[in-house]
Design a protein around this ligand. Structure first.
Ligand SMILES: *Cc1c(COP(=O)(O)O)cnc(C)c1O
Length: 351
């Protein structure tokens, strides 16, 4: 993502808009090129950028807008692109949560000047650490390639950690082991035995990660996974529909989908009135339920949000959503998972 911004000539003194209800990796990429993040709120009852608020947030110093397809639900691209066009600001798509979702019959990633993808744990294709960029504007191709530049091989200790983590993930991960692995991973990252999901934001300079290329082993896995990406998307749609049925059976309404969209979700979101109790019950029953995004720029706590220039209260819908939304895994949702989810919903409703 930083390479796209560099390719567009974005640098110090410039602003880049992103949505609140995101993770710190997004403003981190904006700040890595010296630009300042501006935060746009999300739509009421939605999880994606509110085009009305976008028009208010953009200033004459804004040089790019990053639109996120949260959890794989396409953002409302037509009005967002209109606001960007009127302001003369290029649109970049954050496709980290989906490769195959469609907006009005066209695959996301094809609407902006460029799009970026991630292949970490928890993404649609989990290959290890690394990402990809697609470019839709021919004149931008060369600039971005240059900005990607000479990539370094990560240090050996990091390579070993990534390999170990991938092996643990493959062997031990099941929805029922989610909470145990989450604790283990948190513990291991603290002692630098694993690569944490997020870099610290208080060092004042970009992480050395930005110079690293993708590991060969990750590249090979990515090639293999890309070849089954379409089949995987079909499966995700089918699994998501089973989760939605289960939610409805227990009187919970899944997020509304726009007619004309094809949603290939990586996670299925649900608004609950008591998120903390829902998560506590999920842990107790060993049912995978994610809390992210727990804060508007996950995992930054309110007193850390100034590190990414988020002003408290500036995106009230996103702030409220952090207090309400939980999400369920889609592709790993087998029969056993659905049964445990039913148990959880029953326990949650019983009060
Ligand atoms: C994971 C993620 C990113 C960043 O991915 P990295 O590979 O960690 O840089 C960006 N945006 C969203 C929405 C993500 O989920």
């Amino acid at each position: 993502m930083a390479a796209i911004l560099r390719g567009l000539g974005v640098g110090p003194g410039d602003e880049v808009v992103t949505q609140a209800y995101t993770c710190v990796a997004v403003p981190e990429g904006i700040m890595a090129v010296g630009a300042t993040p501006l935060f746009c709120d999300i739509r009421k009852n939605g999880i994606n950028m509110d085009p009305g608020h976008l028009a208010e947030v953009i200033t004459p110093k804004t040089r790019a807008v990053i639109v996120q397809h949260t959890f794989g639900y396409p953002a409302d691209l037509a009005p967002i692109a209109r606001v960007c066009d009127e302001a003369g600001v290029p649109l970049i798509e954050d496709c980290c949560h989906t490769l195959e979702s469609q907006y009005n019959g066209e695959t996301v990633g094809s609407f902006g000047v460029a799009a970026f993808y991630s292949f970490e744990w928890g993404k649609p294709l989990a290959c290890g650490i690394g990402g990809a960029i697609t470019v839709n504007r021919a004149t931008l191709q060369e600039e971005i390639e240059q900005a990607v530049g000479e990539q370094l091989d990560p240090p050996i200790a990091r390579r070993l950690r990534v390999a170990l983590q991938y092996a643990v993930f493959r062997i031990a991960y099941r929805p029922s082991t989610y909470w145990a692995l989450k604790d283990l991973f948190g513990f291991a990252s603290r002692f630098r035995l694993a690569e944490g999901n997020y870099n610290p934001m208080n060092t004042g300079e970009p992480s050395p990660e930005f110079a690293y290329g993708m590991l060969r082993s990750v590249e090979r896995r990515l090639e293999r996974q890309l070849s089954v990406s379409i089949a995987k998307a079909e499966r995700a749609i089918a699994q998501a529909s089973l989760i939605k049925d289960c939610l409805q059976r227990f009187d919970h309404q899944p997020l509304a989908e726009r007619p004309g969209d094809r949603v290939v979700p990586v996670r299925l979101p649900l608004r609950v009135s008591d998120k903390q109790r829902f998560l506590a019950l999920a842990r107790q029953h060993r049912v995978e339920v994610a809390e992210w995004y727990a804060t508007v720029v996950h995992p930054l706590q309110p007193d850390e949000q100034r590190l990414v220039a988020y002003a408290a209260g500036s995106c009230p819908v996103a702030e409220q959503s952090c207090r309400e939304i939980v999400s369920f895994p889609v592709v790993s949702a087998d029969d056993r998972y659905l049964a445990s989810l039913a148990t959880l919903l029953k326990a949650y409703n019983a009060r």
